[in-house]
Design a protein around this ligand. Structure first.
Ligand code: PMV
Length: 348
């Protein structure tokens, strides 16, 4: 047994069809579809050293952006302790040192679970192959990485592939599963480098976590209708992704974003993550679209920040609009520029 080292860079993703509500062991109530991003990513290096005492379960040190981080260390230790027996039985034979860093500021209020959990999962899957003495990046490799990512954070399952990705079983998507995500092929070129400019409205911590939000779907009176709507929106979106019908894309994308927040408002207890500046941006985006005839639209995560989605060919006019009209609604002028990307990369 020797010390092994692996490292992966993995991006964040933005859901167009939202995953909201789960059951069992991190299984989704409806299929979701996302664009994998490129600029917002996590780099994770994993060093595995053989240890003498292998009876003590998982042992690890976690460094975030160069600093030992006890909170993240505990979280990852709990996660690995819950999955190793079934998926990575060799792990207790090693002491793990994990170094992780994000390309985006930690304080920006951007969820990092998709990029961080997928980077860790890919590193663990590569470590497993290295120890077995055969390294192949085949379908099985990415499928397992997607399963492990999902167990860490549902939306992370989609980040192991580039481009457009579906997680959750749908009769319309070949090979789709609640267990892992699958990449979509034959996408219209307009979406290949689709732009995502993320306006930071508030970088503060959310008052209600995603975990708590998913749980509230179990008692939400609109839940079953919502899960049906997601299926319908996926069915309507799939042809759009092939034919590039941006008018329908805009309609579905904004409906999904506002439905997500409507579900929060209609949860019991009810809560609200949108801020006045989020609403001001939404109004201005819709007004701009109407006046300029440019297919700029917004989507939202479980928070107040706004993702602006648009074709690369409209970049200049949209950036001018952002600088002139939307800038005052951001926190300290913070925004991040991103676009659809090719997915994770091995680093060493
Ligand atoms: O992966 P989680 O459990 O943090 O859930 C994320 C849910 C949304 O970001 C709101 C939607 C999605 O599909 O990514």
């Amino acid at each position: 047994m020797q010390t092994q080292e692996v490292a992966w860079q993995s991006p964040s993703n933005i859901a167009i069809i939202k995953y909201w509500g789960k059951h069992g062991v991190q299984l989704p109530r409806n299929p979701s579809l996302s664009f994998t991003l490129s600029a917002a990513h996590t780099q994770t290096k994993l060093v595995a050293e053989p240890k003498e005492d292998t009876g003590g379960g998982i042992s690890l040190d976690f460094y975030f952006e160069g600093q030992a981080n006890a909170l993240f260390s505990d979280k990852i230790k709990r996660f690995l302790s819950s999955i190793y027996a079934e998926y990575l039985p060799f792990l207790p034979n090693y002491h793990l040192t994990i170094h992780s860093q994000n390309s985006f500021p930690h304080s920006a209020g951007i969820a990092s679970s998709a990029s961080s959990m997928s980077a860790l999962a890919l590193a663990l899957c590569q470590l497993e192959q290295k120890l077995e003495g055969q390294e192949v990046r085949d379908t099985e490799f990415y499928q397992k990485a997607s399963v492990l990512s999902r167990l860490g954070s549902g939306s992370a399952s989609r980040s192991v592939y580039g481009g457009v990705v579906v997680w959750g079983q749908s009769a319309l998507v070949e090979g789709s599963s609640d267990q892992w995500a699958v990449p979509m092929l034959d996408i219209s070129p307009v979406f290949e480098n689709y732009q995502d400019t993320i306006l930071i409205v508030s970088a503060g911590e959310k008052p209600v976590s995603s975990r708590a939000g998913h749980a509230l779907m179990n008692t939400n009176r609109f839940a079953s209708e919502r899960f049906r709507q997601a299926q319908e929106n996926l069915a309507a979106l799939l042809p759009v992704l092939k034919n590039g019908d941006l008018e329908t894309f805009v309609k579905i994308t904004e409906e999904e974003a506002l439905t997500l927040h409507a579900l929060m408002m209609t949860s019991d207890p009810s809560y609200l993550l949108l801020l006045p500046d989020t609403l001001a941006i939404i109004e201005k985006v819709r007004d701009f679209r109407k006046k300029q005839g440019i297919p700029l639209c917004f989507t939202l995560d479980a928070g107040p920040n706004v993702h602006l989605l648009y074709p690369k060919t409209d970049r200049e006019i949209v950036m001018q609009f952002i600088k002139e009209e939307l800038y005052p609604h951001t926190q300290a002028g913070q925004w991040l520029e991103d676009q659809v990307g090719e997915g994770p990369q091995e680093m060493l």
